[in-house]
Design a protein around this ligand. Sequence first.
Ligand SMILES: NC(=O)c1ccc[n+]([C@@H]2O[C@H](COP(=O)([O-])OP(=O)(O)OC[C@H]3O[C@@H](n4cnc5c(N)ncnc54)[C@H](O)[C@@H]3O)[C@@H](O)[C@H]2O)c1
Length: 281
Amino acid sequence: MPRPRITGRPVMITGAASGIGRGLAHRLARLGSPVAIADVDEAGLKATAAALPGRVLTRVMDVRDAADQLRFADEVREWLPAPLAAVFNNAGVAVASSVLDASVEDDDWLHDINFHGVVNGTRAFLPILVAQDDGVIVNTSSVFGLVGMPFQSAYCASKFAVRGFTDALRQELRGTGVRAVNVHPGGITTNIARNARVRKDPLGLGRTRDEMAAQFEAVTMTSPEKAAAIIHRGVESGKARVLVGPDAYMFDALARIAPTRYYDVIARIQSRLPARPKESA
Ligand SMILES: NC(=O)c1ccc[n+]([C@@H]2O[C@H](COP(=O)([O-])OP(=O)(O)OC[C@H]3O[C@@H](n4cnc5c(N)ncnc54)[C@H](O)[C@@H]3O)[C@@H](O)[C@H]2O)c1
């Protein structure tokens, strides 16, 4: 059976007030999809919606709230002009800290959003797709769901968890019309580092969060618009796993070639990496 396309069909996207989620909303709406978009950031969500052509359902929602995700899924079910093609559980946040200095509160906050938010969204929306026997759950992991990085223990743990959860789901869905896809972005130029929780510079250099964010942004290789295009094309072409950006391919290869020594190589590359000029989308 030919796989139903997602282009032009209804989609749901969390974390759509910024970055990759906003890029996905813009791209898919422009290509004719009715879009249901959710975020905790009401102002950002409104700004995203204002630029979208076609049918849009906006909803202020905290992905940590499982009951509200279920309510939102009911609203989307009512609103749907056609079967739901894709669910993008994309919302996410970051924390930078050593394990020794970790704040339990910050790490719990991150796990609740990055992992439980994805689980909540999957549980709320999967019944719609299963009833249709059609559609795709697209969960955002990271390249940090492929390798462990220093001072990113909570983030890596959450993104490895998303990857494991989604891979397990994919096997459960074998033989059905529903798919589950993991997305592994490399560095994307978004607000994630500026919104990260950082209590002190884990390298001990006294950098502020904004200084650390600027350094992160200087080495990102991919714009959110480009990331959205790669994710869209990957899902559309039936991939089970979408790597986003040239650095994502490098992380993936290193994790396979040198499963216990990849950071030797990554650290060397990081120390030499010049700031890259931003690509245009
Ligand atoms: N930017 C990168 O380099 C990168 C790399 C790998 C993975 N990712 C992942 O991509 C996804 C999107 O991040 P981004 O880079 O676009 O960041 P971003 O900060 O630009 O966007 C994230 C969005 O999620 C929303 N959000 C945060 N907490 C929420 C909550 N509790 N409920 C609902 N919405 C919430 C934010 O308000 C924001 O609009 C995240 O899962 C992130 O971990 C990003």
